[in-house]
Design a binder for this molecule. Structure first.
Ligand SMILES: *Cc1c(COP(=O)(O)O)cnc(C)c1O
Length: 412
């Protein structure tokens, strides 16, 4: 009989969002009118429509595809030169960061990239993640057989978890022990924390000293408003030798449904072969891309390019301004309840400690039943999230104002 990949059987069957949906459905079954009042501040998906510059670029690209002379079939797997150039020039070189076009790999999403990157690493690396954590980093390692079994709280044997707590500002220090791969996500999902230049410098120094690779997820880079906070790991000297950066158009351009992202693999980044020789990773990722991927659609790449136009940039700024305005309202409401409140100043997520003694799921149930608002229980991202809940600012202003009023009315 054909064998399945038994590592999949270790996965905690996507416990978080299915469980949220189950509880929401159970609530609506007992309170049918709740459906009209229900506001979802749970899932990290954008809500505002696509910018006009993007839609125009997509329409024009569709017309090009409709004429024999301008029709395009397969493009370069790594992305069209026009988009790689726009990315490298605007996101990096304009900020004095040396990244070449060939170091940019255009894809259909950062979630895929974060998972696929494991293809080019060996199976015996020691891996560190944060707790709480974006579940993709953990689950893809479980699927690849890089972990042992998971325990009841969702922690897997074989991974090093670095606890993010109020005491460390949700930015854990580098570990004392040596690891080979480290997942970093700043601004962070779910805590909304950002890392300072000196904190990121400590990670780069650690990676260089230990020959480790940093997998830096910068999906929320556009939400950074404080000019002192680095937007890219490559702002840190030495990062070209030890870091891969993931970026996405999902949260800045509202591309969660359009699908476009990119990964930066610097040519200087090297890893060890089984026999201890140093070899660059860039050719491996390039080979992986051209073997397993046929590129992002031309129409989508033109859409992404439009985000770098003058109009596109203004529209992205407007979207961020909208969501961060929401964040300000939600932060004020949570603080107004007297609850310890974090994030929401350089990130679209607000991380709130609930009233003492309540678990994350108890908070979730109370907010659902009394305020008819869906939040995300912090413990769903890892045991260090216990007692916390996450509010997302991805919503309309009207919904956010209603949520703020209802949170205050909880009387916490
Ligand atoms: C939303 C998000 C992404 C982006 O994923 P896409 O697949 O590009 O939509 C990446 N990382 C984190 C932590 C996210 O929350």
């Amino acid at each position: 009989m054909a064998r399945l990949n038994s590592h999949y059987l270790k996965l905690k069957a996507g416990y978080l969002f299915p469980e949220i949906n189950r509880r929401v459905k159970a609530f609506l079954d007992t309170d049918p009118e709740g459906a009209a009042r229900l506001i979802r501040c749970g899932i990290g998906d954008v809500t505002e429509p696509l910018p006009a510059s993007v839609r125009r670029a997509m329409h024009a690209a569709v017309e090009e595809m409709g004429a024999r002379e301008s029709f395009r079939g397969y493009g370069p797997e790594q992305g069209y030169e026009f988009l790689r150039e726009a990315i490298a020039a605007n996101d990096y070189r304009a900020h004095g960061i040396e990244i070449s076009n060939e170091e940019i790999f255009v894809s259909d999403g950062s979630k895929c990239d974060c998972g696929n990157i494991l293809d080019i690493f060996g199976s015996d690396n020691r891996i560190a993640v944060m707790d709480p954590v974006y579940p993709v980093y953990v689950d893809t390692n479980v699927m690849a057989g890089h972990t042992g079994e998971g325990d009841a709280s969702g922690l897997y044997d074989g991974l090093l978890y670095l606890a993010c707590t109020a005491e460390n500002g949700f930015v854990p220090a580098v570990p004392k022990e040596k690891v080979d791969l480290v997942y970093l996500c700043y601004p962070n999902n779910p805590t909304g924390a950002t890392a300072t230049r000196s904190q990121l410098t400590a990670w780069v120094d650690y990676a260089l000293k230990n020959d480790a690779v940093l997998l830096f997820d910068a999906a929320y880079e556009a939400y950074i408003r404080d000019p002192e906070i680095p937007r890219s790991i490559y702002e840190i000297p030495g990062a070209r030798k030890c870091a891969i950066e993931f970026r996405s158009f999902s949260k800045n351009g509202g591309f969660t449904g359009v699908r476009c992202a990119f990964t930066v693999v610097p040519k200087e980044l090297e890893c060890s072969t089984a026999s201890g020789e140093r070899r660059p990773l860039h050719p491996l990722w390039n080979r992986r891309f051209s073997t397993k991927f046929n590129g992002v659609s031309y129409v989508t790449q033109r859409a992404a390019e439009a985000l770098y136009s003058e109009e596109g940039r203004a529209e992205v700024a407007e979207l961020i301004h909208h969501y961060m305005g929401n964040a300000e309202i939600l932060v004020a409401a949570a603080k107004g309840c007297g609850l310890p409140t974090f994030g929401g100043t350089n990130a679209p997520y607000i991380w709130v400690h609930g009233p003492k003694g309540l678990t994350s799921w108890e908070i979730f149930d109370t907010v659902l039943k009394k305020a008819n608002v869906v939040v995300t229980p912090g413990s769903g991202f890892g045991p260090a999230g216990e007692g916390y809940f996450r509010i997302s600012s991805f919503n309309s202003r009207a919904n956010v104002e209603t949520v703020a009023a209802r949170l205050r009315a909880l009387g916490w």
